[in-house]
Design a binder for this molecule. Sequence first.
Ligand SMILES: [Zn+2]
Length: 159
Amino acid sequence: MVEMKFLTDRMLGKLTRWLRISGYDTLSIADLEVEGEEDDFMLKNFRDRVLLTKDKELYRKSIKDGRKAILIKSDSVEGQMKELMQKGVKFQIVMDRCSLCNTPLRKPSRDEAIEVILREKLSEDMLKMDLWYCEKCRKLYWMGGHWKNMTRFLRKVEK
Ligand SMILES: [Zn+2]
């Protein structure tokens, strides 16, 4: 199966982060340099990606234009995730890409980890943990307390 890739509209910030957490290559229109009218831009660019939008008009235009698109109906991120699960999207926590900027994560070097630990005033004990690094945001990811919260949230969504 070909992995789905997405382009999301401005209304779907939380959903965008969850897609990235789950390993899906997801661009948000909010992070892109848009020339001209935004709807037009979303219609015409990144056509190898499925457009996710809450805008019925944009969805209608996309389908008419032969662009792959999914109309998201729910206002809550849980509801939105459920809608995508019905389309075959699998939500899970994989340390694959940065949830903020979509860059693939990698293991940090010791120097990189130390730089973040000092800058963000984190504990040096973290060096003993499994760490992942976004070189664009210069941010570390690890299985901390937020990890448990995310797992709990996912279980709730999957019910
Ligand atoms: Zn990043």
